[in-house]
Design a binder for this molecule. Structure first.
Ligand code: SF4
Ligand code: SF4
Length: 584
């Protein structure tokens, strides 16, 4: 059995625990051997994995939760490709770029996706679990007989040129300055700027300073700059964050077009519908957050995503999750409460040059309504009218409502998470704190949190407030698939228990499909006019929305997850002619 011991050096505090409490309790130490000892380099605990018998005593004894002892899957015979120090995070294997294909990576957060990408992009040299950097010859023999061997031979021979879109585009304006147009011109090594600007709809922001554009615009600029570089390996780390569905599909087409016989493309993505749409093959990454990560062999994307949802890799004999992520065969039938939470009738509002109108509609108690639509069609302004933060020019919202709002873009601050959450910590321990795994974040400042961590705290804060209506704007951003599913269940549970309603704006169709009982669809033209239609039942709402987008969707026969049909395929043609853009 391969066993690894992780010591989180930042948490380990030998003087705070009364002096190596773990070592005093270790049965191997008690017999006179040095299984746990003081690390001479940093004076923290160091565990000799070869001596450890896996009794599990030290993780329980440590008052700072600094130790994890883990048995790795039986089948994992290889050495790590990289290890951060002797008791640090270990990464096993790597995703493999394949020329002519778009290869995807799916997995939870914190299991080494960024490390894997940095190694492939040549930004970081792995150490094969040893003390020093590996040589290319070592890497080539490590991957002997696989596609990765060919890839590292090309890296060794200087034949790989990489273009890389990083995960957090928010950092870009802090690192560079200038207008969008000037920056794109500099990146345009292939002379294709006009085409790319057109495909990603960037024409109207070319004169704008990079520091003044929105998250969605930054994402598209970053994708454009990457695609315009001359390279034969393109890597896109989470290309869909902040993009609406239309923009996601446009970006996907552009990314797909990059792959040819001399060019490989790698995409890391949590939006499973888009991952399914963009990629040919997919690697699953599994492991334990902060401890180790394993990259599976590549599978056809359909099989890979289904296995990921199942939590079980049969051929590798690995179960990496103890539950399956399941989808319902039919859209849920809403058992509707008769009590109306809020209602509107022919309301309209003019905001500068933008016109927003909404026909008649209402939200019942216990409703969870997904909101779909392009960015810039007035979703936030509409909810502000429901909350009476802004008054409509015509018509009115009948009921007085209190609204708890989680904005799309989250701001960190110097405040500690524990202070920000205050009494919610005790009050919602079981309902929010535990399922969203907030405890490890309590002593961190809000501005020290990663995007996903800040999102979990913001969702907790929003749901902990007392309100009639909860509005969550893009709660799926930066969360992995498992966290997205968890958030759906938590929102449903909170609304059920409190008899309140939620409006959820999101662009991940799988998440919206999973969470919503009904849909509101925003139509119109971004920044010019927005028309609010609905609420509809899922079938009707999705059909209407997919018509606007010009795509059809079906359920996967095995996992029942939603998938986009290939344009022109038999299924696509059948559904179009029956006017069923969404599966029934
Ligand atoms: Fe003390 Fe925990 Fe560090 Fe061991 S790991 S020395 S018990 S703080
Ligand atoms: Fe010692 Fe290993 Fe047991 Fe920890 S798990 S107490 S290191 S034998």
């Amino acid at each position: 059995m391969v066993r690894i011991a992780i010591v989180r050096k930042q948490e380990c505090n030998p003087s705070g625990c009364g002096g190596y409490l773990c070592a005093k309790a270790c049965p191997v130490n008690r017999k006179g051997e040095d299984c746990i000892k003081e690390d001479p380099i940093d004076q923290k605990a160091r565990i000799e994995e070869k001596l450890c018998i896996g009794c599990g005593i030290c993780p329980n004894k440590c008052p700072f939760d600094a130790i994890s002892i883990l048995n790795l899957p039986e089948e994992l015979k290889s050495e790590p490709i990289h290890r951060y120090g002797s008791n640090g995070f270990a990464l096993y294997s790597l995703p493999t770029p394949i020329f002519g294909k778009v290869v995807g990576v799916v997995g939870v957060n914190g299991i080494g996706k960024s490390t894997a990408i940095k190694i492939i992009a040549g930004v970081m040299k792995p150490n094969l679990g040893k003390e020093s950097e590996a040589k290319y010859e070592d890497l080539i023999s490590f991957f002997k007989g696989t596609e990765a061997q060919k890839f590292f031979e090309k890296v060794r021979d200087g034949e790989i040129v990489t273009a890389y879109k990083p995960q957090s585009v928010d950092m870009i304006p802090k690192q560079i300055s200038g207008s969008v147009g000037d920056l794109l011109k500099k990146a345009d090594q292939k002379g294709i700027m006009d085409h790319i600007v057109d495909s990603l709809d960037l024409g109207n922001i070319l004169d704008t300073d990079i520091k003044s554009i929105s998250g969605g615009e930054l994402q598209r600029v970053a994708i454009a700059a990457t695609a315009m570089k001359k390279a034969n390996l393109y890597i896109f780390d989470e290309p869909t964050s902040y993009l609406d569905i239309k923009q996601r599909i446009n970006a996907s087409k552009l990314i797909q077009d990059l792959a040819d016989k001399d060019t490989a493309v790698l995409v890391i993505e949590h939006d499973l519908i888009l991952l399914d749409y963009i990629t040919d093959l997919t690697h699953i990454m599994y492991g334990k957050e902060g401890c180790y990560g394993v990259v599976s062999l590549p599978k056809s994307t359909r099989t890979g995503i289904n296995k990921f949802l199942e939590g079980h890799l049969r051929e590798e004999n690995v179960r990496f999750r103890d539950y399956e992520i399941k989808f319902e065969p039919k859209p849920p039938v809403q058992k509707e409460s008769k009590e109306i939470q809020c209602s509107w009738d022919k309301i309209s509002k003019k905001l500068g040059n933008f016109n927003l109108t909404a026909e008649k509609g209402n939200v019942h108690k216990n409703d969870i309504i997904g909101i779909l639509g392009e960015n810039g069609t007035g979703k936030t302004s509409f909810v502000k009218m429901l909350a009476k933060v802004i008054e409509p020019d015509e018509g009115k919202v009948e009921e007085e409502l209190t609204v708890s709002y989680k904005p799309q873009y989250l701001e960190g601050s110097d405040e500690l998470v524990i202070t920000a959450l205050g009494e919610a910590l005790e009050k919602y321990e079981n309902q929010l704190i535990q399922p969203l795994n907030i405890k490890p974040l309590l002593m961190k400042k809000l501005n020290e949190l990663s995007g996903g961590e800040l999102q979990r705290v913001a969702i907790t804060l929003c749901l902990a407030r007392k309100a009639d209506l909860y509005l969550l704007d893009e709660p799926s951003a930066h969360l992995d698939v498992e966290q997205r599913i968890k958030v759906s269940k938590i929102i449903a549970d909170v609304m059920e228990k409190r008899g309140k309603s939620a409006l959820v704006v999101d662009h991940d169709l799988l998440f919206i499909d999973y969470i919503s009982k009904k849909l509101i669809v925003f139509e119109g033209e971004p920044a010019i006019r927005g028309e609010v239609a609905g609420p509809f039942n899922m079938q009707e709402g999705m059909n209407r929305f997919l018509h606007e987008l010009g795509i059809t969707m079906r359920r996967d026969e095995e996992s029942l997850r939603p998938r986009i049909n290939k344009p022109g395929s038999q299924k696509d043609r059948q559904q179009r002619s029956a006017d069923k853009m969404y599966y029934s």
